[in-house]
Design a protein around this ligand. Structure first.
Ligand code: 3PG
Length: 305
């Protein structure tokens, strides 16, 4: 079996070594395609591989068509919106993710971004503290739970809304479950997004929802840019001069936001939420192990299609 690690944004070298070790111990071969800049490079490399490990790399119908021997794609991470599930399923290709493996890294960055904003982008002027502020966790999955755990240490009042997660689970963590996104946004000065990008959630963070936010609110996005209605966001930022948008995913309208709201808008230059040594090891090794297990025993535990 030939297993391709295709990462436009590479794992740490140490993690790559560990992933290769899992693959080679199983008697399989590793092919490495890192930092590629053209889709053509990916198309040429996939032609004879049996499995692919990716991060946010786009595995669309064209890539799947080019990968004649492909049997499994594992997204080393949580969100699998970068993989065309329909095209994969049509070829009986299994798609998996590695849930939870990088969630602490993303949760920690959420607080890095919150403090950076609360301290006025470290410009030296008096900022504010997180203690005593109300935090709204929008979706209570693996990242949301880690955010709640860390928020307790900061002494924040913690609320969550998740359409799929039962209230009892949220309450068990000392978090107050709310009944709607509107209620969450109306209650919390900080709202942290942890929803996946799906047909239902795309563009769902719109002006009507944002209008619920209290004065001096901050929206932190370490999830996906596609969930934001960016036209609405830009209009809302223009109307509400006390509102801040802080993100780990460069928006489509980054240039506009940067020019118009330099003191209330910040994006990391490249998505770094899961970019830690620990998260790279966890997600990368899990991806390789899931592939080996799938080939050796047929285990499909983390299949998403
Ligand atoms: C995920 O869905 O797991 C995160 O967004 C991490 O994405 P990355 O692997 O591109 O850093």
């Amino acid at each position: 079996m030939n297993i391709l690690i295709a990462t436009e944004k590479p794992f740490a070298a140490d993690a790559v070594g560990k992933i290769e070790q899992v693959i080679e111990t199983a008697g399989y071969k590793t092919t490495l395609l890192e930092k590629y800049t053209e889709k053509q490079q990916l198309l040429e490399t996939v032609t004879d591989v049996d499995a692919i490990i990716v991060r946010s790399d786009i595995i669309d119908a064209e890539v799947i068509k080019a990968a004649k021997n492909l049997k499994i794609v594992v997204r080393a991470g949580a969100g699998y919106d970068n993989v065309d599930l329909q095209a994969a399923t049509a070829r009986n290709i299994v798609v998996m993710n590695t849930p939870g493996q990088n969630s602490n890294a993303v949760a920690e960055l959420t607080f890095g971004l919150m403090i950076y904003s609360a301290r006025n982008f470290y410009d030296g002027s008096p900022g504010t503290e997180l203690k005593g502020k109300r935090l709204g966790i929008h979706a209570y999955g693996n990242v949301g739970r880690n955010v709640a755990r860390i928020a307790r240490g900061f002494g924040m009042e913690i609320f969550a809304y998740d359409i799929f997660c039962p209230a009892e689970i949220i309450e068990k963590d000392g978090v107050i479950p709310l009944n709607s996104a509107e209620e969450l946004y109306a209650t919390c000065q900080y709202v942290s997004l942890h929803i996946p990008s799906t047909a239902e959630t795309k563009n769902s963070i719109n002006r009507a929802l944002l209008e619920n936010l209290p004065p001096k609110a901050t929206l932190i996005n370490t999830a996906r840019k596609e969930v934001i209605n960016e036209t609405d966001l830009e209009e809302f930022m223009a109307a509400r001069k006390d509102f801040r948008y802080i993100t780990d995913i460069i928006p489509f309208n980054n240039a506009n936001l940067k020019v118009k709201f330099p003191n209330r808008y910040f994006t990391t230059p490249k998505k770094i939420g899961a970019q830690t040594a620990e998260a790279n090891n966890n997600a990368g090794i899990a991806a390789a192990s899931q592939i080996v297990d799938f080939f050796k025993t047929g285990n499909r535990k983390f299949q998403v299609n």
